[in-house]
Design a protein around this ligand. Structure first.
Ligand code: SF4
Length: 179
């Protein structure tokens, strides 16, 4: 950030950070905990605001209607470098998940069943994940990762779960204390 500010290009690039989540591995053990990342993020966002970086106006996310391609009911698909089709971007290149490919671009779509993600909306009606369904952030988070609901391991809670109060304050200050 020192270099970016030294060259005064804050308004020319979009620069953001993300917490590391255990997507089929233990990568999160090499990085900040969710709580520590959430504290870091507030410092980072404060500096972005003070130094007039581009794209800091999404402090408080809007209400969402769906989560990601996994719950798009086939409207979105991912193609890996081998031409395999997936309905979730966590599946490619993970050996245990390759069988959940729904086809290949050379053969066309051959399967409907995708790890149980195809019945995602029924699962919500059946109270499949009480933690998310009783969470007051569900309208803006959507449960974040449907695959993790099914895995019943780590919930992929976004950082706002841990720093929403500070983000509300930052949003207030960013607006000049007017709302
Ligand atoms: S993933 Fe976490 S923050 Fe999102 S709805 Fe579920 S419990 Fe709430």
């Amino acid at each position: 950030m020192d270099l970016i500010e030294q060259h005064q290009i804050q308004d020319k690039i979009v620069f953001y950070t993300k917490d590391v989540h255990p997507w089929e591995n233990d990568a999160h053990l090499l990085s900040l905990s969710k709580e520590d990342y959430s504290r870091f993020e507030i410092d980072f966002l404060s500096r972005k605001i003070l130094k007039k970086y581009k794209n800091y106006n999404t402090l408080l996310p809007p209400i969402i209607q769906t989560t990601c391609m996994a719950t798009s009911n086939g409207k979105s698909e991912l193609v890996d470098v081998n031409g395999n089709l997936f309905t979730c971007n966590e599946f490619p290149y993970i050996e245990r998940l390759l069988e959940y490919s729904v086809g290949n671009i050379f053969e066309g779509k051959t399967k409907q069943e995708t790890y149980g993600l195809e019945t995602w909306y029924e699962k919500i009606e059946q109270n499949y994940n009480n933690k998310c369904l009783s969470c007051n952030l569900l309208p803006i988070c959507g449960g974040h990762c449907p695959k993790h609901w099914i895995d019943k391991k780590h919930l992929a809670c976004p950082s706002i779960k841990f720093n929403i109060e500070d983000k509300v304050k930052l949003q207030y200050l960013t607006n000049g204390g007017t709302n």
